[in-house]
Design a protein. Structure first.
Length: 221
């Protein structure tokens, strides 16, 4: 089976899962860029990043996020774009993506079906669409200690092209962007392991900050 066939099967499974969750009342949030590291793309036989659906786990910067029991969480600093149905970026914001490596993964079909380990999105204050993180940003902090900076191998360089990639990918698989969808850009920083009790922050310079406290579910319930 070819990589194209694997992508087709994985996206079909992902979109079925998304439709089922939306039918149960999960808010529509948007999409993520995944596998934006060229080294991993080559290992998987890809020529460009892949696209995953964002789940309902989202909170604004400064809030606490309830961690699922059994989660193996890592965090990445990203830029969240708010877009129109034609992939025009209307705002950008600093963001953190929480990924859970306890979710199914491994082969390309499974990675796509489960949205490339996506767990939750934390997003900061929106800024005008042309703004971008300056050189040397974002810087990622855990409990006040700097743990990562931008990785030149993965840091996105053209957010408009990524928004168009999402629109094209969805169209290829019978879906579409909608006005107000968010797209997260793919990781600027390497993934960093985090756990309940950690305070995580990403400093994007003039673009702002995104931060979250990771809490046990019973603490927030």
């Amino acid at each position: 089976m070819s990589v194209t066939d694997d992508i087709r099967r994985g996206m079909a499974a992902q979109l079925r899962r998304l439709d089922a969750k939306l039918a149960l009342g999960m808010p529509r949030l948007g999409w993520k860029i995944g596998v934006n590291d060229p080294r991993l793309q080559r290992a998987l036989g890809l020529t460009e990043p892949i696209v995953g659906a964002l789940g309902g786990g989202a909170c604004r910067s400064g809030a606490a996020y309830a961690v699922r029991a059994g989660a193996t969480l890592f965090v990445e600093a990203e830029v969240a774009m708010r877009v129109t149905a034609d992939a025009t970026i209307v705002a950008v914001a600093p963001a953190l993506e929480l990924v859970d490596y306890a979710l199914p993964g491994g082969d390309l079909i499974t990675l796509l079906e489960f949205s490339i380990f996506h767990e939750a999105l934390v997003f900061g204050t929106e800024r005008p669409p042309h703004e971008r993180p300056p050189d040397g940003c974002p810087r990622l902090f855990v409990n006040g200690h700097e743990v990562a900076g931008p990785d030149p191998a993965t840091a996105p360089t053209n957010l408009d092209a990524l928004a168009r990639l999402v629109a094209r990918t969805l169209a290829d698989h019978g879906a579409m962007l909608m006005d107000g969808d968010r797209i997260i850009s793919g990781a600027y920083t390497p993934p960093v392991a985090v756990a309940i009790g950690d305070h995580v922050a990403a400093d994007f310079g003039p673009l702002g900050r995104a931060e979250v406290r990771l809490a046990a579910q019973e603490e927030i319930a």
